[in-house]
Design a protein around this ligand. Structure first.
Ligand code: NAP
Length: 496
C-alpha cells in the first residue's frame, strides 16, 4: 500500500484539505491499493499557478527538445510495463492481458508524440497577390484541465497528456477516483523523464469538487474530458459560458452486425471479445448484436455455448477471461438493467446474476449476460449499461440491420461482419459512428488514428493520432508581404 501525494510544481505535496480517500481492489475489497489526497480548490489554485508560470518558458522550448522528453518517458514506460500492468489490474480489475495492452497504448502514444515533435506541420499556401507568402502554424493555448475516466487508467490520460504538453501547453490532470494510482505513476514517469517543474501537475479528488473547480477556473483555457455523456453535457454547458475550449469524448451503445454470409466463427470470436473484454466497461464495448434473420437461431446457440465457458476471477490469473466490475455502484447498475430487460420482455439467454464463487465473493463480479429477442426500442438496446450485458436483436435484412445499428443517440463504434464487399462498403458509408470495423469487433483502436464519435458521443473532436494535436492548439494564419507596397486583398488585382 502506498500513500500518494499531489504533484504540483515538480514536487509531491500534501493536500491543503488534510483529507484522504482509499482505493481498493475490485476483485478483492480487502486489498488496499493506496491512500490519496482528497484535494480542494486551494490545491487546484496552486497547481494552476505553477502551470501558468511554467507555460511562459515551456511554450518556447523547441518541439524536438520537448519530444526528447516524450521519448525518454516511453523508454521508462517500456521498462516498467509489467509492474504498471499489474498495478492497473489490481486497481480496476481488468485482466492482465488487457492492462498490458492499456499500458502499451500509453507507450505507443508517447512514441507518437516523440516523432510528432519533428513533424509538426503547418500549411504553406499561395497568395492571390505577388511577393507575398502565406502559411499556418499551430500554437499552444495555455493551461489545460484534463479529466479522465477509470476504464483506461493509463491509455486515456496518455492520449491527453502527450499531445497537450508536446504542443507547448501545461496541464493539471484530475484522474478518476477509481484509478488514481495508475495516473499518478504516469505523471511520475514524465517527472523522471525530465519534464520541467509545473508543466504537468496532478491533483487528486472528486469530480464534483476538483473537476467542477477546473471548469470554472478563469486561468484554465481548455478542458479535455473523457467520461459519461451526462457529465459531458454539464462540462459543455459550463465551458460554453466562458468560451473555454472543451473536447468531450463520451458514451457509446455500439453494435456489431452479423450478416448471413459472414464467417460465423470469426463473428463469434469478435462479439465475445467486444462484449465481455474489460467486463463490458469500454466506451467501444459491443452492447448490441444485430443478427440477420437466417443465422439468428444458429448464432445464438453458438454464443450461449461460448459465453458460458468464460472464466471469471482475479485478472492477475492469466487463465481468467473476465474480471470484476470496477465498483459496487457499477455492479448495481448492471443488476438494475438486467431487471429492466426482463420487465421489458427480453429473454435472458445466460447470466443475469452476480458471481460469488470462491474468492470472487469479495469482488464486484457479475456473470456475462446475454439477452435475446431484444427490440431496438427497449432501454437495454438504447442506454449505455457499461457492464457485461449483450442485447441480441434480429434484423430481417441488411437495410434493417443498418437502421437498427444507427437507431441510438450514440455514435462511437460499429462493426459489420460480412464477406460481401458491396455490403461492407455500403455499411461504411451509412454507419453513423466515428469508428467502423469490418470483420473485426467494435473494440481495438490504434493510437495513431483518430478516435471519437458522432451524435451524443462527443462534440466533434477526435483524440488519437494527428487529430489530438488539433484539440490542443490554435491555428495561426500568417501573411508576409515582401512587395514593399500596400497590397489590398480582393481589391488590388495582379497585372502583368
Ligand atoms: P464519469 O462518471 O463521467 O467520470 C469521468 C471523470 O469525470 C472522472 O474523473 C470523474 O471524477 C469526473 N467528474 C465527475 N463529475 C464531474 C463534474 N461535475 N465536473 C467535472 N468532472 C467530473 O465517467 P466514468 O464512470 O469515469 O467513465 C465511464 C464513462 O466514460 C462511460 O460513459 C464511457 O462510455 C465513457 N468513456 C468514453 C470514452 C470515449 O473516448 N468516448 C472512453 C472511455 C470511457 P470522479 O471519478 O471523481 O467521479
Amino acid at each position: 500500500m502506498k500513500e500518494y501525494k499531489n504533484f504540483i510544481n515538480g514536487k509531491f505535496v500534501d493536500s491543503k484539505s488534510g483529507r484522504t480517500f482509499e482505493n481498493r481492489n475490485p476483485a478483492n475489497w480487502d486489498e488496499l491499493i493506496g491512500i490519496f489526497p482528497k484535494s480542494n480548490a486551494e490545491d487546484l489554485n496552486m497547481a494552476v499557478e505553477a502551470a501558468k508560470k511554467a507555460y511562459t518558458k515551456w511554450r518556447s522550448v523547441p518541439l524536438p527538445k520537448k519530444a526528447e522528453i516524450m521519448r525518454r518517458a516511453a523508454e521508462i514506460m517500456i521498462a516498467r510495463k509489467e509492474e504498471a500492468a499489474r498495478l492497473m489490474t489490481r486497481e480496476m480489475g481488468k485482466i492482465i492481458k488487457e492492462t498490458r495492452g492499456d499500458y502499451q497504448e500509453g507507450i505507443d502514444t508517447a512514441l507518437f508524440a516523440a516523432g510528432q515533435g519533428r513533424r509538426y506541420f503547418g500549411y504553406t499556401v499561395p497568395s492571390e497577390l505577388p511577393n507575398k507568402i502565406c502559411f499556418t502554424r499551430r500554437d499552444p493555448l495555455g493551461v489545460w484541465g484534463l479529466i479522465t475516466p477509470w476504464n483506461f487508467p493509463v491509455a486515456i490520460p496518455s492520449w491527453k497528456i502527450f499531445p497537450c504538453i508536446l504542443s507547448g501547453n501545461t496541464a493539471i490532470i484530475k484522474p478518476a477516483t477509481d484509478t488514481p494510482a495508475s495516473a499518478g505513476e504516469l505523471v511520475q514517469v514524465l517527472h523522471e523523464a525530465g519534464l520541467p517543474e509545473g508543466v504537468l501537475n496532478i491533483v487528486y479528488g472528486g469530480g464534483g469538487e476538483i473537476g467542477e473547480a477546473m471548469l470554472s477556473h478563469p486561468d484554465i483555457v481548455g478542458i479535455s474530458f473523457t467520461g459519461s455523456s451526462d457529465i459531458g453535457r454539464r462540462i459543455g454547458e459550463v465551458c460554453g459560458k466562458t468560451l473555454k475550449r472543451c473536447s468531450l469524448e463520451l458514451g457509446g451503445k455500439n453494435g456489431q452486425v452479423v450478416l448471413a454470409d459472414a464467417n460465423l466463427e470469426l463473428a463469434l470470436d469478435g462479439v465475445v471479445w467486444g462484449a465481455f473484454g474489460t467486463t463490458g466497461q469500454r466506451c467501444t464495448a459491443t452492447s448490441r448484436l444485430i443478427l440477420e434473420e437466417p443465422i439468428y437461431d444458429k448464432f445464438i446457440e453458438m454464443l450461449k455455448a461460448r459465453v458460458e465457458k468464460l472464466k471469471l476471477g482475479n485478472g492477475l490469473d492469466e487463465t481468467v477471461d473476465v474480471g470484476p466490475l470496477v465498483n459496487k455502484a457499477q455492479r448495481d447498475t448492471v443488476a438494475m438493467y438486467v431487471e429492466i430487460g426482463k420487465k421489458e420482455g427480453a429473454k435472458l439467454l445466460t447470466g443475469g446474476e452476480p458471481y460469488t464463487e470462491g474468492e470472487c465473493a469479495k469482488g464486484w463480479f457479475y456473470k456475462p449476460t446475454v439477452f435475446i429477442d431484444v427490440l431496438p426500442t427497449m432501454r437495454i438496446a438504447q442506454e449505455e449499461i457499461f457492464g457485461p450485458v449483450l442485447s441480441v436483436i434480429k434484423a430481417k435484412d441488411f437495410e434493417e440491420a443498418i437502421k437498427i445499428l444507427n437507431g441510438t443517440t450514440y455514435g462511437l463504434s460499429s462493426s459489420i461482419y460480412t464477406n460481401d464487399l458491396n455490403k461492407a462498403q455500403k455499411a461504411i458509408e451509412l454507419a453513423e459512428t466515428g469508428i467502423v470495423y469490418i470483420n473485426a469487433p467494435t473494440i481495438g483502436a490504434e493510437c495513431h488514428l483518430p478516435f471519437g464519435g458522432m451524435k451524443n458521443t462527443g462534440n466533434g473532436h477526435r483524440e488519437g493520432g494527428w487529430t489530438a494535436y488539433e484539440i490542443f492548439t490554435e491555428v495561426k494564419t500568417v501573411y508576409i508581404d515582401y512587395s514593399g507596397t500596400l497590397q489590398r486583398a480582393q481589391i488590388d488585382t495582379w497585372n502583368e
